[in-house]
Design a protein. Structure first.
Lengths: 260, 355
C-alpha cells in the first residue's frame, strides 16, 4: 500500500491556475461566479465547496530577490492551496455518518453517496477547507482525485501543472525531496524558504505539504493547527460533571422537599 | 453593450453578471468612485499579504453552516433532557403525580421536536438515517445522535404509557413500558441535556473551543433553568424542590456570566463586544441575575405575590435559555470571521522569518 501526498512548491508556481481549471474539469466542480476580490489576481479567496484547488497571490512590499520583479515593485509569490489531507483529520473524526473516510492512498475522502450535509465537518476543519454547498446540501472538498488514483493516474491538478510546482508521489519520498529542495534554495540565497508540514502539532503532519518563501501566515497557513478532538477530554469531563450535578442536585431537592 | 446577445436570450447567470456590471457603471457615474466589493478608489494603497495582515485578512476558518434550527434544538434538547431527569427523580421520590406527568410531557414534546429540528437543518434531510450507520465515540455528534435516539424512545414511551394508563387503567405491560421508558429517559436525559456543549466545544471555532470545559456545564444549567421555568409556568409555582433547582441554575448562570465578563482574551471577545456580545449579555442577565432576584424576592414575599414572582423568574429563565443558545451560535460565526485568531499566539518557524 503506497501512501501518497502532494508537495506544492510555491517557488516554482507561476500563478497560471491550470490546477484550478483541471480540478474543475475533471471533478465537475461548480463555477465560482464573477466577483472581483480586489486582492491581487485572487478572485476565489479561499478553498471551499466550489474551489478545491486555490491559487494564492501573495503580494507584499518589495523584498529584494523575492518574487522576481524589478526593484521597487511589489513582490509576488504564488502558492496553490488544497485540502491538507491531515494525518489526524478533524473532519474525518467529526463525521457522524462515516461518510468521510481515509482512502488506501492516505487521502481524506467524503463519500458523496453517504454525506447528509450535517455540516459538523465544516466547523471541525482547522484549515477551513470543507464547505457545505448551499445548492447541493452536501459537504465538498478535494477528493485527492480518488477515482484517478484508483486507476493509477495522478491527480488532475498535478498532471496539469506546467512547472511541476505540484508534485505527487509517495509521502516519504516527497518529504525527502522537500528537504533537499529547501536546502538547495537556501544554498542559492533564498534563506526564507521553508517547508509547511505541521508534524509537531496535533494534526500530526499533512498529505499536502508546501514549500513557501516567507512566513506561512502571509499564506493563511496557521502556524500551529489543532485537530478539534484535543478538546474532547475537557468537554466530556465537564459533561460528566454537569450530569452528576444535575442528578445529585435534583435528588437532593426532591428528597428534602418535593411537596407543594 | 449587449448587442452580441439580446438580453432576453441570455441565460440567467450571464444576465446576473450583466446586471452587476450595470450597477457598477451606475455607481461610478453617480459618485465618481466605487464602493462595491472588489474595487478600490484610484490611488489607494494596494492591500498586502503579510504575517501581520494575514492573507489580505481573508478568514481561514469557515463559518458554521447551521441555521436557526440548531440553536433552537440546543434549547429544546437542554430543557427536555433536564425535564426528564426532574420527572424521573420526582417519581422515584414520591413527589406530586401531576408534576411527574407534566415533566414527562415536556420530555416527550422535546423528543419529537428535537429530531424534527435536526433533520430539517441537514443539507440532505432525506438521508438522516445515514447518521445511524455508525457509532463514533470520537464524534460528539455521533454520540449525540445515539443519545437522542435513546432519549426520544424512552421519553416518548414513558409519556405514552402514562397516557394509556390514565385513560384505560393499569396493566402490567403498561407499567413495564412506563418504568423502562422513564429509566431510559433519565439515563439518556443526563448527557442529552448538555452534550451540545461538548459538540460545539470540540470544533476549530476559537470562541467555542476556548470554552470547551465551560460549555457543557453552562448548557446544563441553562437547560435546567428552562425546564424548571416551563414546569412553573404549567402551574407548579408552589413546588419547593423546583424553586431550589431554579435558584441553583440561576446562581450558576450568574457565575458563568461573571466569568464571561471577567476574562479578557482576544478569542473570547465575541462574547463581550459587538452585537454578539450584547446578545450574550442579554441571555446571561435573563438566565442568571434576574431569576435569582425574582426567586429571592419570592422567598420573602407573601403567598400570592410569591407565586407571581416565581412566574416572572420562570419566563425570564426560559427566554434567557433561548437567547443564550442563539448568542453562542452568533459568537461562533463572529469568531470564525476573525482572520487573525488562527494565525495568532504561535511562533513561526525561525527559517520562515523575513524582513
Amino acid at each position: 500500500m503506497s501512501v501518497a501526498a502532494f508537495l506544492t512548491d510555491s517557488t516554482l508556481c507561476i500563478g497560471c491556475k491550470a490546477c484550478e481549471v483541471a480540478c474543475k474539469e475533471w471533478n465537475g466542480v461548480d463555477e465560482d461566479g464573477l466577483d472581483w476580490s480586489g486582492f491581487s489576481y485572487d478572485n476565489t479567496r479561499a478553498v471551499g465547496a466550489s474551489t478545491w484547488r486555490h491559487v494564492k497571490f501573495v503580494e507584499q512590499a518589495p523584498v529584494p530577490g523575492l518574487g522576481g520583479n524589478a526593484a521597487g515593485q511589489a513582490s509576488w509569490t504564488f502558492s496553490s492551496d488544497v485540502c491538507k489531507h491531515c494525518e489526524n483529520a478533524g473532519c474525518l473524526e467529526a463525521c457522524p455518518t462515516g461518510s468521510i473516510v481515509r482512502t488506501e492512498f492516505g487521502g481524506v475522502f467524503i463519500q458523496p453517496d453517504i454525506c447528509n450535509g450535517c455540516g459538523y465537518c465544516v466547523t471541525s476543519c482547522p484549515f477551513g477547507v470543507v464547505e457545505r454547498n448551499p445548492k447541493d446540501g452536501r459537504a465538498f472538498k478535494c477528493t485527492f482525485c480518488y477515482d484517478r488514483q484508483k486507476v493509477g493516474l495522478q491527480p488532475a491538478c498535478a498532471k496539469a501543472c506546467p512547472t511541476e510546482s505540484i508534485k505527487f508521489g509517495g509521502i516519504e519520498e516527497l518529504r525527502k525531496k522537500a528537504e533537499e529542495r529547501v536546502e538547495e534554495l537556501h544554498r542559492r540565497g533564498m534563506k526564507d524558504a521553508s517547508i509547511y508540514d505541521p508534524q509537531e502539532s496535533s494534526v500530526g503532519g499533512t498529505h499536502a505539504m508546501f514549500i513557501l518563501r516567507g512566513d506561512p501566515r502571509a499564506y493563511n497557513l496557521p502556524p500551529a493547527p489543532e485537530v478539534p478532538t484535543v478538546y474532547l477530554r475537557k468537554g466530556w469531563a465537564s459533561s460528566a460533571l454537569a450530569a452528576g450535578l444535575l442528578l445529585g442536585g435534583t435528588l437532593l431537592a426532591f428528597l428534602t422537599d418535593g411537596r407543594e | 453593450m449587449s448587442n452580441l446577445v439580446p438580453l432576453r436570450d441570455m441565460d440567467e447567470r450571464s444576465l446576473e453578471r450583466e446586471q452587476r456590471l450595470e450597477e457598477i457603471r451606475a455607481e461610478a457615474e453617480k459618485r465618481g468612485q466605487l464602493r462595491v466589493v472588489g474595487s478600490r478608489p484610484a490611488g489607494a494603497p494596494f492591500p498586502q499579504a503579510t504575517p501581520e495582515t494575514g492573507y489580505y485578512g481573508i478568514p481561514l476558518l469557515k463559518q458554521p453552516p447551521w441555521t436557526w434550527e440548531i440553536p433552537l434544538y440546543f434549547f429544546v434538547g437542554g430543557a427536555a433532557g433536564a425535564a426528564a431527569v426532574i420527572g424521573a427523580i420526582a417519581d422515584y421520590t414520591g413527589a406530586d403525580r401531576e408534576l411527574v406527568k407534566h415533566a414527562r410531557w415536556i420530555a416527550a414534546a422535546g423528543s419529537v421536536i428535537s429530531p424534527a429540528l435536526l433533520i430539517s437543518d441537514l443539507g440532505r434531510p432525506e438521508r438522516f438515517l445515514a447518521m445511524l450507520r455508525v457509532f463514533k465515540p470520537q464524534s460528539p455528534m455521533s454520540v449525540g445522535v445515539w443519545t437522542l435516539l435513546g432519549f426520544s424512545t424512552g421519553a416518548a414511551a414513558a409519556a405514552f404509557a402514562g397516557f394509556l394508563h390514565d385513560r384505560y387503567g393499569p396493566s402490567l405491560p403498561l407499567r413495564v413500558m412506563e418504568n423502562a421508558g422513564q429509566a431510559a429517559s433519565l439515563a439518556f436525559g443526563l448527557p442529552f441535556s448538555n452534550y451540545t456543549g461538548v459538540l460545539i466545544g470540540a470544533t476549530a471555532i476559537p470562541v467555542w473551543n476556548k470554552n470547551a470545559s465551560d460549555l457543557p456545564l453552562h448548557f446544563a444549567a441553562s437547560g435546567l433553568g428552562a425546564a424548571v421555568g416551563i414546569l412553573e409556568v404549567m402551574g407548579h409555582q408552589k413546588n419547593r424542590a423546583l424553586q431550589a433547582l431554579g435558584l441553583g441554575a440561576a446562581l450558576f448562570e450568574t457565575w458563568e456570566g461573571l466569568r464571561i465578563e471577567g476574562r479578557s482574551q482576544r478569542a473570547l471577545e465575541p462574547l463581550k463586544w459587538g452585537a454578539s456580545g450584547w446578545i450574550t449579555r442579554a441571555g446571561g442577565i435573563l438566565s442568571g441575575p434576574l431569576p435569582t432576584v425574582f426567586r429571592a424576592a419570592s422567598l420573602l414575599a407573601g403567598k400570592r405575590k410569591s407565586q407571581s414572582l416565581r412566574r416572572w423568574a420562570a419566563w425570564s429563565a426560559i427566554a434567557g435559555s433561548v437567547i443564550t443558545r442563539f448568542a453562542w451560535m452568533h459568537a461562533g460565526h463572529v469568531s470564525a470571521r476573525e482572520w487573525e485568531l488562527p494565525l495568532q499566539n504561535q511562533q513561526s518557524p525561525p527559517s520562515a522569518r523575513q524582513r
